[in-house]
Write a protein that binds this ligand. Sequence first.
Ligand SMILES: [Cu+2]
Length: 290
Amino acid sequence: MQRRAVFALAAALSLAACSPKSNQRTYPVHGQVVSVTPDRHEATVKHGEIPGLMPAMTMPYKIKEKAELDAVRPGDMIDATLTIVENDAFLTGVRKVGEAPLEQAPPEPTTVVTGAGPELLRPGEVVPDSPFVDQDGKKRAFDSFRGSTVVLTFIYTRCPLPTFCPMMDRHFVTIQERMHDDPLLKKVHLVTITFDPAYDTPAVLKKHARELNADLGRWTFLTGDPKAIETFGRRFGVLVTRASNDPRDITHNLRTAIVGPDGKLMKIYTGNEWTPDEIIADLKPTANAD
Ligand SMILES: [Cu+2]
């Protein structure tokens, strides 16, 4: 299992973890630093199970205190506290408790994609049609969005970390607000696709949409056949691995894309670095074209 993929992400043990909450939760973390990315204030940590939050996995974490970030090196065994607040997640109290040899570096996600499935879509290429089911249980082929400029992203509703799937949801909420206010964006449609269709049924997606205050006339949530979703997502670089012993144990990356009204890919955004403003700026030249 590619449980160690850098940029990979987390699994959820409770639905409650995804609903907006202002109260702060903290969890003890014990693990090994795999790599450090100082400009992002992040270290990728391979850690054991975090009871009540996620199974053992390797993923990037923000380290709040610069001195603590500067002190860690790949190979360090650390103890830390993972703090989860409404819109953020970070490590504090990072303490080196030992050292151990590092296992071999994980393969780059792009290597996995090109080696294991169909090619990544490039801008200008037609996004292949794919069958889905929407939040109302209606069949909805991807091609049915032709004529609108589509901003699409991939999430799962049980994602426990506010800086990953829930951040995609928050960004889409912001874009939706801007769509309502800006006539130049009147032909834009938002599409959120779950990569956990076994849990994210139409009913679950509908509830999720309601919690986000989504305007379902302009924002569609899709689920469907697991294989079809996986094949579709892979074309955008979405990588999801599931533990064989626990289907809730999901490790994933993030991809968001703009598809033009002609069904051609315009742009793919990786990770959680992009902002709603960036997408809106990219949308404006085409969203209003006939
Ligand atoms: Cu997630």
